[in-house]
Design a protein around this ligand. Structure first.
Ligand SMILES: Nc1ncnc2c1ncn2[C@@H]1O[C@H](COP(=O)(O)OP(=O)(O)OP(=O)(O)O)[C@@H](O)[C@H]1O
Ligand SMILES: [Mg+2]
Length: 264
């Protein structure tokens, strides 16, 4: 049985879509079966990051009852699957997002993780995305307007019966005046699932010809490393550290044996 996690925020533009795409790929890299759903039915962005903007059947058609959910699932990059949202404003008006929860619950057995990309705010469609989740992860930047809005999201999620499990702090610049992780956790009364630095490599996604999440383009960028860490925290696996240790040990042993084999 999989777990449905909605990635939400109060304030817009704090990095929800970025987190969904990159965290999804990071979880898939750990061998998890991952489905990403663009639940931002008004301003669909997730398919743009994943380079799948031309998908003919989307969540819109599923929510209007024109298509089945299986017809709206596409193979994305990095072994993730995606249900995109539609770009048409016409269909958006007809969408009944209240059906989201019952529709998504039918997919639970097929995936380890279903990540929903919510819109900002607390309006009706956001509430549907929050209500559809088992757990909610709240993305915030380290400043007071973002945290104040994140608190509202937490309260709304609780009222709707889904569990806020933690926060993800994004775009950390380590500038004077930024709210520190410890204080942020205290204000939110939630643990931190990860801290992502401000990283120009993330923005590069839309400047490249082939649009891909940063974790696929530049695995060594600071943000990519953070996404890997978050995925490890979520799954309880420490694969990267282990691999690193092994390769270090391997390199050391190779060096020793090579030296021993070398002519004196
Ligand atoms: N860690 C980061 N470093 C640098 N830029 C980032 C980072 N995270 C996100 N961005 C950039 O910030 C912008 C907003 O990110 P994103 O679209 O993921 O936010 P969002 O919360 O989904 O926005 P919306 O509320 O509009 O849905 C994008 O241009 C993205 O590339
Ligand atoms: Mg978004």
């Amino acid at each position: 049985m999989g777990i449905i996690i909605t990635i939400a925020s109060g304030k817009g533009g704090v990095g929800k879509t970025t987190v969904v795409a990159n965290l999804g790929v990071a979880l898939a890299k750990l061998g998890k079966k991952v489905l990403l759903i663009d639940a931002d039915v008004a301003m669909a962005n997730l398919s743009l990051i994943l380079g799948l903007q031309m998908s003919p059947i989307t969540l819109h058609e599923v929510l209007t009852g024109e298509s089945t959910i299986d017809d709206a699932i596409y193979d994305g990059p990095g072994n993730v699957e995606l249900i995109p949202s539609g770009l048409s404003l016409e269909n958006y008006k007809k969408v009944d997002s209240a059906r989201l929860k019952s529709i998504i619950s039918t997919l639970k057995d097929k995936y380890d993780y279903i990540l929903l990309d919510a819109a900002a705010g607390i309006e009706k469609n956001v509430q549907s995305a929050l209500a559809a989740a088992d757990h909610v992860l709240i993305v915030t930047t380290p400043d007071s307007p973002s945290v104040a809005d994140a608190l509202k999201t937490k309260i709304v999620a609780q009222k709707l019966g889904s569990k806020p499990i933690g926060i993800i702090i994004n775009m950390i610049k380590k500038q004077k005046g930024e709210i520190e992780k410890k204080q942020l956790m205290k204000m939110m009364e939630l643990p931190s699932y990860g801290e992502i630095p401000y990283d120009e490599n993330v923005r590069q996604t839309f400047l490249e010809k082939k649009q891909e999440p940063v974790i696929l383009r530049n695995i060594n960028s600071p943000a990519s490393k953070s996404f890997e860490k978050i995925s490890q925290k979520m799954t309880g696996v420490k694969i990267v550290e282990k691999e690193k240790k092994e390769s270090f040990l391997k390199r050391l042993l190779n060096k020793i044996f090579k030296r021993q084999g070398e002519p004196q």
